[in-house]
Write a protein that binds this ligand. Structure first.
Ligand code: SF4
Length: 408
């Protein structure tokens, strides 16, 4: 199955909150003359909600009244100084942007009280999360799976279509209880052994490793889906390997090119021009209506096995389905979307605005990077193709995915 969504834990996974948490805990402890804690002390006490944090921070003989008083003082201090020393872990903004561009929906699930969780998410990741759940009255805390199941229901995904990313044993247990793949993050509050013992399916050392892991899982799903739909599938780890591969397939043939930043970046035209009969309107050539091989890219590939392209003149999408004996669709890993809906959204909301800007079009998306469904005379969204299976009349249709980010 493809991955359509991820759930992030908040403290220790998305955000390093230890500085502000420790200050607020110490405000309450200082008020009552108790010994103060270091960040390391607080680190070992978090993970089960703020009440547990206070209970674990007080001497063992502190009664309920003292816990209640300290909890109120903690909360008041924390609400006032929530975003002073807190910061996203290094690399996390890149991960969020990569997931967003890949069409993967994101949610946050925290044992921190709900109001604080929402404020932190809105402050550090505005607009990125489809929903945020902190600890809410009447809803059991993690590791109970109730909130995870609620996230899946709201996002409309099954347990095998979502990843749970967290830094604690509580997170791993939550994921397992909900039947979700558990990803243990090593940059947070717990170590490898405790994450594995709690059931982590994968361990990642740095935030950026999450992108590679997602791509690996998505590639596997996409390969099976494209092959099931009758396409040939090839993976090349690098752009250089992809260029060599395409050149080896095209020597001595009559080749047409679709407008593509990806193909231009690979330098395939330059490598082929002395070894094949190449035609590319971007390079001053003519637009071939038919030939042996059409080389193009796509605006998106779905991990459910479809290619998606938007075109203005429509020459590129026409040639990708008719007139050539074979077609090779070359795409960077960044074009892979979880399903057809998100692939179409990617084509319209990410690729088209970037292309409109590159082409200096007088469209609203060229100004602000967002699709406004414009009626501009220079609108580049004129037709969209979804190739679900190799067209009859073409003997070969191959998807070549490169393990690097290429094109838009
Ligand atoms: S419809 Fe208009 S605004 Fe939207 S992406 Fe296409 S050109 Fe841009």
């Amino acid at each position: 199955m493809s991955i359509k969504a991820v759930i992030f834990d908040l403290d220790g996974t998305l955000l390093d909150t230890l500085g502000d948490l420790t200050s607020a805990v110490n405000t309450a402890l200082r008020h009552h003359g108790f010994p103060l804690l270091t960040e390391e002390d607080v680190c070992s006490r978090v993970g089960n909600g703020v009440r547990k944090l206070i209970e674990r921070s007080l001497p063992g003989n502190a009664g309920k009244a003292m816990v209640d008083a300290c909890l109120a003082e903690f909360q008041s201090a924390y609400d006032e100084h929530l975003v002073e020393r807190t910061h996203p872990y290094q690399g996390m903004p890149v991960v969020i942007e990569a997931f967003r561009r890949r069409g993967v929906r994101m949610a946050v699930l925290s044992n921190k009280y709900h109001a604080a969780a929402c404020r932190l998410v809105n402050h550090y990741f505005p607009g990125d999360m489809a929903l945020t759940f902190g600890e809410r009255p009447g809803v059991p805390r993690k590791p109970d799976p109730t909130s995870t199941q609620e996230v899946m229901s709201v996002l409309g995904v099954q347990p095998d279509e979502i990843l749970y990313i967290g830094d604690s044993d509580v997170d791993m247990q939550t994921a397992k209880k909900a039947g979700v793949t558990a990803i243990g993050a090593l940059w947070g509050f717990r170590d490898r052994a405790s994450l594995l013992e709690a059931g982590a399916d994968h361990i990642v050392e740095r935030p950026e490793d999450l992108i590679q892991l997602l791509d690996r899982l998505q590639l596997d799903a996409a390969m099976h889906a494209f092959e099931r739909n009758g396409f040939t599938w090839t993976f090349c780890a690098t752009a250089a390997q992809a260029a060599d591969y395409i050149v080896s397939q095209c020597k001595g043939k009559k080749i047409g090119f679709g407008g593509s930043m990806t193909l231009d970046g690979l330098g395939v035209y330059e490598q082929l021009k002395d070894q094949a009969d190449v035609h590319w309107h971007w390079k001053g050539g003519d637009q071939l209506p038919k030939g042996d091989v059409f080389l193009t890219s796509a605006n998106a590939l779905s991990a459910t096995g479809e290619t998606v392209n938007i075109d203005g003149a429509c020459n590129r999408i026409a040639a990708s389905v008719h007139g050539f004996d074979a077609c090779y669709v070359v795409c960077g890993i960044n074009k892979l979307a979880p399903d057809l809906t998100s692939a179409m959204r990617r084509a319209r909301e990410i690729a088209a605005p970037l292309n409109a800007k590159r082409l200096n079009k007088r469209t609203p998306c060229a100004v602000d990077g967002k699709c406004h469904d414009c009626r501009s005379p220079e609108r580049i969204c004129r037709a969209m193709t979804v190739v679900m299976a190799p067209p009859t009349g073409m003997s070969h249709y191959e998807i070549v995915v490169v393990g690097e980010e290429l094109g838009y």
